[in-house]
Design a protein around this ligand. Structure first.
Ligand code: HAM
Length: 416
């Protein structure tokens, strides 16, 4: 039997309805703040992610689906959306538009990770990017919008962790300081952390090994090393979040698996998720556009995992689909079949939700099916000139001409 590839899943109709709710909430919340939809290709030149996300990251080192396009060009299924959106910003000269350019997306992404609950090889994100503003208000607004989205979806037990990475220069000096600290305490670190001291020393804060964790408690923290402007920027973000009543915890050891971040960095987690507790994350990325050969352009954004939001969400108010009319067939001739077909079509053109019997059931079976799908009315077509209409709520049934079915229903639904 052929099955969906490992780490992927089908979105079946019931789940699709929950996802439509996510999409409509994202559209309403982000749309009201002036974010406009963007979609970029599913695959991009590999170099976009190598340069954008960072050569040393797990994503680029281990998780990308990279292939040759047959003509010697290396392409990669997008593992994330920020680098592609920046590529599009540069490619379409969006720096000429009024800034910031505020964009959102709902797209699928691909990472070759070990699948588990909440972690897939193809997954969906709602993302928002504000490109062309350096202001703290942009960061705070983005976080407020994300907070609103999570609340609208009733994502349970949400925590927000917040930090600032400063700029690449202070960060590099800090990195040296941290590396020296790690070297000085090498004998107390786990082999994995030791092996990564030069590649990615910040990852040491992520370690689960108890001795490593204890050692890291006294390690120098980046938040204490921010320069004056970055510290001021961060203080403003915090003030705006405080004013907005958004609760957060400062986490000076917060690290995220992407290299483009500068200044503000944040992550929403949900206790309801277990191991893969990251629901959404983002931050400022003031150097990325330049790194991709665009004009120096500050920017900020986030992405939220659709599957993780849904896993951590309470029951969503998904309404069952309405069926105004089910068109049934009494045993009859071809003319009756054509009349029934036409009636269902006309009903839909008149704005009704109408379904036609397509399975050759007996009349009794058709009425049972109509009841099962919650049809409000059933029209039973006998032939071109004869039909009856059954009100499934009252049980009343009357004979009428097929052409009268739609007007009667429209009048009826207006009355009720
Ligand atoms: P990220 O933290 O890598 O950030 O991913 C954002 C969210 O996508 C995660 O919090 C998680 O909910 C979901 N996610 C990530 N990997 C998987 C997976 N394998 N299976 C299921 N869900 C997953 C980014 O992607 C950045 N582009 C966010 C950003 C936008 N930063 C600035 N702008």
């Amino acid at each position: 039997m052929i099955q969906a590839p490992r780490g992927t899943f089908d979105v079946l109709p019931e789940e699709a309805a929950r996802r439509e709710f996510v999409e409509s909430q994202a559209r309403d919340i982000l749309g009201a703040a002036g974010y406009r939809r963007i979609e970029t290709p599913t695959f991009e030149a590999t170099v976009l992610f190598a340069r954008g996300v960072g050569e040393a990251t797990d994503i680029v080192q281990k998780e990308m689906y990279t292939f040759d396009d047959g003509g010697g060009r290396s392409l990669t299924l997008r593992p994330e959306g920020t680098a592609p959106v920046c590529r599009a910003y540069i490619e379409h000269g969006m720096h000429k538009l009024p800034q910031p350019v505020k964009l959102w997306y709902l797209s699928s992404f691909f990472r070759s990770e070990a699948p588990q609950k909440g972690r897939y090889r193809q997954f969906w994100q709602v993302g928002a990017e504000a490109i062309g503003s350096a202001g703290a208000a942009t960061d705070a607004e983005l976080i407020v919008l994300l907070n609103d989205l999570l609340a609208a979806l009733s994502v349970k037990d949400v925590r927000l962790r917040l930090s600032s990475l400063g700029n690449p220069e202070t960060r590099s000096a800090y990195r040296d300081e941290l590396t020296a600290y790690l070297r000085a305490h090498e004998d107390r670190l786990s082999p994995e952390v030791r092996a990564r001291i030069d590649l990615n020393p910040m990852r040491a804060f992520d370690a689960t090994d108890p001795r490593t964790r204890e050692t890291m408690r006294d390690a120098p923290k980046l938040l204490d090393r921010l320069d004056e402007e970055d510290a001021e920027h961060f203080a403003q973000v915090r003030t705006l979040l405080d004013d907005a009543g958004v609760r957060y915890e400062l986490d000076p050891t917060l690290v995220r698996g992407l290299d483009y971040y500068t200044r503000t960095l944040f992550e929403f987690t949900s206790e309801a998720l277990g191991a893969q507790s990251g629901v959404a994350g983002g931050g400022r990325y003031d150097r990325l556009i330049e790194q991709l050969d665009g004009p120096p352009t500050p920017a900020s954004g986030w992405a939220a995992g659709v599957e993780r939001m849904l896993l951590a969400a309470a029951d969503l108010p998904v309404r069952p689909a309405l069926v105004d009319l089910f068109v049934a067939r009494a045993d009859g001739d071809l003319a009756g079949a054509r009349t029934a077909f036409e009636l269902a079509h006309d009903a839909r053109r008149a704005g009704l939700a109408a379904q036609l019997e397509l399975a050759g059931r007996s009349l009794k079976g058709q009425l049972k099916h109509a009841d099962r799908i919650g049809a409000r009315y059933v029209a039973i077509v006998a032939d071109a000139g004869h039909a009856s209409l059954k009100d499934m709520e009252s049980g009343d049934q009357r004979e009428l001409e097929p052409t009268d079915v739609i007007p009667v229903i429209l009048r009826g639904s207006r009355l009720s």
